[in-house]
Write a protein that binds this ligand. Structure first.
Ligand code: NAG
Ligand code: NAG
Ligand code: NAG
Ligand code: NAG
Ligand code: NAG
Ligand code: NAG
Ligand code: NAG
Length: 635
């Protein structure tokens, strides 16, 4: 009752101080066509309950980030390789005072007292302590409590509005249409672990066909078991690192964890000098290499990534492990990006609670320190084998995160993501229905994010087909997993990719209509490149398992780019940074082993077909290390 009175009073005050109406008409800002799988709308929320409203301010100059990035990444640009410092990037894109003022003035004119408005030090966000009814009025929306089948609840709406003059200054507002609350996992063995929906770290990841009786290292057996020797033979990886100043980072999300004894047994069999060696742990938001929960789901991804990543760059090149999130909350890609870029951090001690791990996490055993915010220096190459479906996120949330990958590119970082393991379908083999819902029987292709962000390099999967050897051309991966690929529903086709995408659609027209995927050639297509993703021999929990996934492909490509950076740094050149404009250029397009056979099934179809040149199954092909090295040393 009291807060109702307060807001009536403040409304009256607001009306009285309004000399003339400066409020423009409202426009729809964000809307969901369908609520995400697993959620249902349960009930209205109390009008007087408090809601911390957060406005993500539009970043200044952000529309030009693609051009700025191209200027330092295009092989023919005279500024190639002239990367920016973190401070230059932060200054260029910080929200302008105009944006801060536009939002603050509107809020104050709408009756929000100045003491309830907080602006973060980075000026990235404005926070308002509000109530449901005030938020409904500010955003012209209707809040409800939504329940998840796991029992979790969150407050959300299905669309909201902003005054037309405010809208250009705001990327998005939370909590609104972004469904990604932390889902509490059942309490087990005294552990109280919570895993956000869609958050990588548990459950997704590579697949296994079981443990092996014995491991072969003969090159004739690479159709049955992939070992580091097979990859060296396939891609011509013969190189001894010399630089003491290079870096390669692999990202893992807790509760995923590696097991040192598994790294050691892998090293004993496959890697000189790595026995007893651990990756350099960089803990983000309480990230720990947990050892209390162990099985393939908890250790498969980390063991795979590190065993292959570390072995291929050899003992001479240390690998950094970014371990993100504590055991209770876990973390999202935004937690990782916050740690790399202080200007991206939401506000003191927090982030977007409907999406991201919020630290400090004050439950017993939680990470009770402030979140990491600009505390971590990015490595020259960062490989991540986790992903969302684009449809898990709203377009604006995905776009804001995507711009952050562009900023890493500005700083000279190569950002690699695996393209997903379900062909044209999304994680969990879900496809879209005509309402935009993700379901098992949907017929519409379901692209993967961040792979559809034009500022990351997306890596698909190939295989040595049964009966073939490393001397044969690889095919698209069709054992246990299918290479993720397709066309974005959120991002436009980048210039670097336009010609090859148009060529593919014209010369190899897929037999699907525009209701199945964006057929226009005007949307971002993925993957960009690929590498083997079938039959990996990985030490896991004391045994060797056979492992499959684009999860394997990404760290292998990461290792190859790291070796190329080593050679460039040794010559006094910069790391390669954002590679897409280079790899699609006429000089580099043919420095890949073209993959022309196989498809990526999903959604009740055979998927797209590989073809000569780029295709939405294996991209430009797999790396030809000697050819790429020679070309990159010339730049
Ligand atoms: C989306 O799917 C859910 C089940 O996951 C269902 O309850 C809901 O009605 C569907 N929404 C639409 C718009 O079809
Ligand atoms: C290390 O490499 C970076 C480029 O990645 C360069 O800016 C820096 O000066 C180098 N430091 C040393 C000690 O060579
Ligand atoms: C792997 O290592 C174990 C233990 O050292 C050894 O017994 C086995 O022969 C090795 N296998 C191969 C194929 O190198
Ligand atoms: C690992 O354990 C978790 C929790 O008990 C279980 O949900 C999961 O299916 C297990 N994974 C494997 C591959 O056994
Ligand atoms: C094409 O791929 C299929 C499936 O992997 C394989 O059986 C076939 O031999 C491949 N064809 C060629 C020409 O390599
Ligand atoms: C295809 O993607 C482009 C670029 O994102 C977009 O402008 C266009 O509306 C999309 N077409 C359809 C039919 O969705
Ligand atoms: C290793 O594999 C053997 C044989 O399948 C099995 O008995 C054993 O339990 C496995 N060990 C672990 C740690 O999974």
């Amino acid at each position: 009752m009291r807060s109702l009175l307060v807001s009536l009073v403040s409304l009256a005050l607001a009306l009285s101080v309004l000399a003339e109406p400066t409020l423009s008409p409202y426009t729809l800002h964000e809307k969901r066509d369908a609520i995400p799988a697993g959620w249902s709308r349960d009930r209205k929320y109390h009008a007087t309950a408090s809601v911390p409203l957060r406005f993500a301010l539009a970043q200044n100059n952000i529309d030009s980030i693609g051009d700025l990035l191209l200027d330092i990444s295009h092989p023919e640009s005279e500024n190639y390789g002239k990367h920016w410092t973190a401070a230059q990037v932060a200054a260029k894109f910080a929200p302008s005072a105009t944006s801060v003022d536009a939002v603050r003035t509107w809020l104050e004119q709408s009756g929000v007292e100045p003491h309830r408005i907080t602006i973060t030090p980075s000026k990235g966000w404005i926070e308002v302590s509000s109530t449901v009814e005030e938020a409904e009025s500010l955003l012209q929306t209707d809040y409800h409590v939504y329940g998840h089948e796991s029992g979790a609840e969150q407050i959300a709406c299905e669309g909201y509005h902003l005054p037309a003059h405010v809208a250009p200054h705001v990327d998005f507002v939370t909590p609104t249409v972004h469904f990604d609350a932390k889902i509490k996992r059942v309490k087990r063995d005294g552990h109280h672990a919570a895993i956000p929906i869609g958050q990588p770290g548990f459950g997704a990841g590579p697949k296994t066909s079981g443990v092996l009786d014995n491991i072969f290292t003969q090159l004739e057996d690479c159709d049955k078991q992939i070992t580091p020797a097979c990859l060296r033979a396939l891609y011509g990886i013969v190189y001894d690192p010399v630089s003491t100043n290079n870096s390669y980072g692999i990202v893992e999300y807790t509760p995923q964890a590696y097991i040192q004894s598994d790294l050691d047994s892998f090293a004993k069999n496959f890697s000189t000098g790595l026995e007893g060696v651990s990756p350099k742990l960089v803990s983000i938001d309480g990230g720990v290499d947990q050892t209390s929960l162990k099985n393939f789901s908890y250790n498969g991804e980390s063991n795979l990534d590190l065993q292959y990543g570390m072995t291929l760059v050899t003992a001479k090149q240390p690998v950094t492990l970014y371990q993100v999130g504590d055991m209770n909350l876990g973390a999202s890609f935004n937690n990782f990006l916050d740690a790399l870029d202080g200007s991206y951090c939401a506000f003191e001690g927090g982030d977007d609670p409907s999406q991201d791990g919020i630290y400090p996490d004050n439950v017993p055993g939680g990470y009770d320190h402030s979140q990491d915010c600009g505390t971590v220096k990015p490595a020259n190459v960062i490989s991540t084998s986790y992903g969302y479906n684009e449809a898990d996120l709203t377009a604006k949330y995905a776009q804001r995160q995507c711009a952050e990958y562009a900023k890493l590119g500005m700083m000279g970082v190569t950002v690699l993501y695996s393209s997903g393991d379900y062909g044209v379908a999304g994680n969990g083999d879900l496809c879209l229905d005509s309402n935009g819902n993700q379901t098992a029987d949907g017929k519409i292709f379901n692209p993967s994010f961040p792979s559809t962000c034009p500022y990351v390099t997306s890596v698909g999967a190939t295989q040595v087909s049964p009966g073939q050897t490393v001397l044969d051309r690889e095919n698209a991966c069709q054992q246990v997993i299918y290479s993720g690929g397709g066309f974005s529903n959120y991002f436009a086709v980048p210039d670097y990719q336009k010609a090859v995408v148009a060529g593919y659609l014209e010369n190899h027209p897929p037999p699907y209509s525009k209701t199945t995927y964006n057929t226009t050639g005007t949307s971002r297509a993925y993957p960009d490149i690929s590498a083997n993703g079938a039959n990996y021999v990985v030490a896991i929990n004391g045994n060797y398992s056979l492992v499959y996934g684009t999860s394997a492909s990404s760290p292998v490509v990461g290792a190859i780019i790291t070796l190329i950076n080593d050679a460039r740094i040794a010559m006094g050149k910069s790391p390669v940074g954002f590679i897409n404009p280079t790899i699609y250029s006429s000089e580099f397009q043919y420095a890949w082993n073209d993959v022309t056979n196989g498809t990526n099934p999903g959604c009740g179809t055979v998927g797209f077909s590989s073809a000569p040149g780029w295709d939405p199954v294996t991209g430009l092909g797999t790396p030809n290390f000697p050819a790429l090295l020679a070309k990159w040393l010339d730049l």
